[in-house]
Design a protein around this ligand. Structure first.
Ligand code: PEP
Length: 279
C-alpha cells in the first residue's frame, strides 16, 4: 500500500527519538480534523451567519457537514469568504445513479462542493436500518468517487454495560472496511451513549478505544493504520475539546450540537490548532 515504508520509517524514527527523550510524544503525524455535523438543523440565514463568523485554521482540517439543501449555498459562502473550510455530506447512496427516491449520489455531493461524507452514523444505523454491509458499499462508492468517507462506529450503552465494546468495534470495522484497498478514509469513534447526551466519554476511556481501533485497523491493513486519523465524537464542546486533543490516538473530533453556532465551534477549532502549534 502507498506510503507504507515511508510511514513506517517516519514512525520508527519518531518513536525512537521520543523514547530516548523519556517517552515524550514528539509529533502527531496524522492529519488533525475538526468536523461539524449539523444533522437536520439550520437554514439559509443561519448558514450565512455561520460562515461569516467562523475562522479557519492552517493547522487543522475543518470540515462542515450541513444538511443537503445547504451544501450549495455553503460552498458559495466559503468561496466568497475565502475560508479554508471543506464540506461533507451526512450520508450518500452506494449507486452511481438510478431509481433511488430521496437519495443523494457521490457525484451530486461533489457537484455541491463536498470532499468528505459521513457514513454509518449511529442515528442512521438506528432509524434508517443501515447495517455493516450497506455501510461497506457506501464506503467503497465514496472512495471510488474520490470522496473521503468519515466512517462512524461505536457501542450502545447496553453493549458497553455488557463489556462488548471491543467486540462491537471490531465487527463494525471489519464490516465497513471489507475489501477496501485504500487508506483514504477517516474513522470516527462515537459511543452511542455519548451522542447528544452531554455525557462525553472521558478522554482516557476514548483513548483506550482509539488505541484498540488502531490495533484492529492494523490487523485489517497493516502498518498503514498509523496514517489513519481517528476522531472522537460524543458531546464534545469548547470546554472539553483540548482534553481530547491531548490523547495520543485522538486525531480530531466529530462535533454535533456544538457545531451549530460559529462561536463554540470556533473555540473547538482553536483548541486543536493551539495543540498542533505546541507540538
Ligand atoms: C454526532 O452526532 O456525531 C455527535 C457527536 O453529536 P454531539 O456532539 O451533539 O454529541
Amino acid at each position: 500500500m502507498e506510503h507504507s515504508i515511508e510511514n513506517y520509517i517516519k514512525n520508527l524514527v519518531r518513536d525512537t527519538i521520543g523514547q530516548a527523550l523519556g517517552g515524550l510524544q514528539l509529533q502527531k503525524d496524522r492529519q488533525t480534523y475538526v468536523v461539524g455535523n449539523w444533522k437536520m438543523n439550520n437554514n439559509f440565514s443561519g448558514t450565512a451567519e455561520f460562515f461569516q463568523e467562523i475562522n479557519s485554521s492552517n493547522n487543522v482540517s475543518v470540515v462542515v457537514c450541513p444538511p443537503t439543501h445547504l451544501l450549495y449555498p455553503a460552498q458559495l459562502l466559503i468561496k466568497q469568504q475565502k475560508k479554508s473550510i471543506a464540506l461533507g455530506g451526512q450520508n450518500v447512496h452506494w449507486a452511481d445513479r438510478g431509481a433511488y427516491t430521496g437519495e443523494t449520489s457521490t457525484s451530486m455531493l461533489q457537484e455541491m462542493g463536498c470532499e468528505y461524507v459521513i457514513i454509518g452514523h449511529s442515528e442512521r444505523r438506528q432509524y434508517a436500518g443501515e447495517n455493516d454491509e450497506m455501510i461497506n458499499m457506501k464506503v467503497k462508492q465514496a472512495i471510488k468517487s474520490g470522496l473521503t468517507p468519515i466512517v462512524c462506529i461505536g457501542e450502545t450503552l447496553e453493549e458497553k454495560n455488557l463489556l462488548q465494546t471491543e467486540q462491537v468495534l471490531k465487527t463494525q470495522l471489519f464490516g465497513a472496511l471489507k475489501e477496501i484497498d485504500s487508506s483514504q478514509f477517516i474513522i470516527a469513534y462515537e459511543p452511542v451513549w455519548a451522542i447528544g447526551t452531554g455525557q462525553s466519554a472521558s478522554p482516557e476511556l476514548a483513548q483506550q478505544s482509539h488505541a484498540y481501533i488502531r490495533s484492529v485497523i492494523t490487523q485489517i491493513m497493516g502498518q498503514d493504520a498509523d496514517t489513519i486519523s481517528i476522531l472522537y465524537g460524543g458531546s464534545v464542546n469548547e470546554k472539553n475539546a483540548a482534553d481530547f486533543y491531548a490523547m495520543e490516538d485522538i486525531d480530531g473530533v466529530l462535533v454535533g450540537g456544538a457545531s451549530l453556532k460559529a462561536k463554540p465551534f470556533d473555540e473547538i477549532i482553536a483548541a486543536f490548532a493551539k495543540g498542533e502549534q505546541n507540538l
